[in-house]
Write a protein that binds this ligand. Structure first.
Ligand code: LLP
Length: 499
């Protein structure tokens, strides 16, 4: 009996415990549900936050691309000069800024000489060019030679750009920056067979073949590596680009491309080669072109040639019209990409060919400057010299082409201007950055050598055993060190003496 009672009591206890357990379990489940709800709410809030953050970022980028430091609207003016690139560097509170960063701050932090690029200006230029051709099938292949810093290649790759390369080194840079080899064309009159092989293995979009001999070698190399080389033939349309003779490439006398009248025969020959695959046709008539008529003449000749070649049975997928769009260094009237696009559209007509372009300078030239400091003033009997810490090894264009770059004080001073010869420390009389500039300057002042984003650092050297300058990219109020200043030790790190 006792036993029975205690068994009943035990059962009751167990039942109570079970009830308590079930109740606690239910509480637990309820709390779990609450937790899951709270978690879902948290995830939703987090997603909303991320969306808002992205929208904010996009708005900020648009604002940065669409307005200067003072909020003025940017855009291409009727003369084709994109104000956005120039206003990426503007005077604010008495001193020159790169986007929202005072150049003096950059000089303090990174030293001089220093190349400074504006992210907003590069992206705005890319968008202006790419957008102008939006209603035509096209690919903008940035000419890497203009400025091959990985930070710049990365920005453009992220924008969707393809690339125009002229060496295996440039291809390696494109790949390292995340660029797509399948959007990369390979130009140049002297491709080595090792470079052809590297580019074939990487799977580039097209080889712009510049001679019959190159075509044969490419065919042989492609056969050896078991690939078919996609090709276009670079044609020399014999058009005068009316630019500096050193950068004119589309005249008969130039080493570039295949003579216009020889092109159809070379296409016939290419059609008979087992390891090449004809994809398109190409031209590039020169650089710093400021006359739209020149482009129109070249494009007209190219479209006529396309018709002639296709009438013989070849099918071309693309027409590459090269690069060369000029920028404003001084008072040039430049070509508006929209006007260029209108002209090309008229010639393209009902064709379905994809258009390729290879702009370099237009995308990065005005988006960069060289920051330098005045070391000494040396007034003379006949000429007054301002000796600065940047030289022809840092910016070769003035010495090589007598190129004119704007020079501006970073903190303009009041006073009477003198005409200065802005020269560097290199031991050559060709070592000048600018002649006869009316400036009010003192030793220690910072100067900005403008429109130096293209063919500036890219053509720099270590002449006179000078370490090359650093490069920074400004993005709103952030400064990214894209390449540190070379150190003295870097100069001879790879050299060795005879044993
Ligand atoms: N495509 C080819 C095949 C080229 O040879 C060039 C430039 C370009 C495109 C890009 O041209 P751009 O759009 O940048 O004008 N060092 C000289 C410029 C040499 C240009 C050489 N080729 C300078 O500082 O003015």
């Amino acid at each position: 009996m006792r036993h029975q009672r205690s068994a009943q009591a035990a059962a009751a206890r167990t039942g109570r415990r079970a009830c308590v357990f079930v109740a606690r379990y239910d509480t637990f489940v309820a709390r779990c549900d609450t937790f899951v709800d709270e978690h879902d709410t948290f995830v939703d809030e987090h997603d909303t936050f991320v969306d808002e953050h992205d929208t904010f970022g996009a708005r900020r980028d648009t604002a940065a691309a669409g307005s200067d430091a003072r909020g003025a609207p940017r855009g291409a003016d009727s003369a084709g000069r994109s104000r956005e690139a120039m206003s990426a560097f503007s005077l604010s509170r008495g001193e020159l800024h790169a986007e929202r960063v005072p150049l003096a701050t950059i000089a303090e932090r990174f030293g001089t000489p220093c190349y400074v690029y504006s992210r907003a200006a590069i992206e705005a230029r890319y968008d202006a060019f790419d957008g102008a051709f939006a209603d035509l099938p096209h690919l903008v292949c940035y000419a890497v030679k203009a400025n091959s810093n990985l930070a710049i290649l990365d920005l453009l790759a992220r924008r969707g750009a393809g690339f125009d390369i002229v060496s295996a080194g440039e291809l390696a840079r494109v790949v390292a920056a995340g660029g797509d080899p399948a959007k990369t064309v390979f130009s140049g009159v002297g491709k080595a067979d090792s470079e052809m092989e590297t580019a074939l293995v990487a799977g580039i979009r097209c080889f712009n073949v510049e001679s019959a001999a190159e075509l044969d070698l490419l065919n042989a190399v492609a056969g050896r590596v078991g690939k078919r080389a996609p090709i276009s033939i670079r044609v020399n349309p014999d058009v005068d680009p009316r630019t500096h003779p050193y950068i004119a490439t589309g005249l008969k006398e130039s080493k570039f491309g295949v003579a216009y009248n020889d092109a159809p025969a070379l296409y016939r020959r290419a059609a008979g080669l087992a390891h090449v695959d004809v994809q398109g046709i190409d031209c590039h008539i020169g650089s710093q072109i400021t006359d739209l008529a020149v482009y129109v003449e070249a494009a007209r000749k190219m479209f006529a040639l396309v018709d002639a070649i296709e009438s013989e049975g070849a099918a071309l997928r693309h027409i590459d019209l090269g690069g060369g769009l000029g920028i404003r260094y001084d008072d040039e009237t430049t070509i508006d990409p929209a006007a260029y696009a209108r002209a090309v559209r008229g010639l393209h007509g009902e064709r379905s060919h994809e258009l390729l372009f290879e702009p370099g300078r237009f995308l990065v030239g005005e988006a960069g400057l060289l920051l330098t400091r005045v070391l000494y003033l040396k007034p003379g009997d006949t000429r007054d010299f301002a000796i600065v810490d940047a030289a022809m090894n840092d910016l070769l264009r003035p010495a090589l082409y007598a190129a004119w770059h704007p020079v501006e004080p970073v903190r303009p001073r009041a006073g009477d201007a003198r005409r200065w010869q802005i020269v560097g420390p290199v031991c050559e009389s060709a070592d000048f950055l600018a002649h006869d500039r009316g400036l009010v300057i003192a030793a220690g002042d910072l100067l900005a050598v403008r429109a130096a984003g293209a063919y500036g650092f890219a053509m720099s050297s270590n002449y006179n055993s000078r370490p090359r300058p650093c490069e920074v990219v400004v993005d709103g109020d952030r400064v990214h060190l894209a390449r540190p200043r070379e150190r003295i030790a870097d100069l001879f790190a790879n050299e060795s003496m005879l044993r």
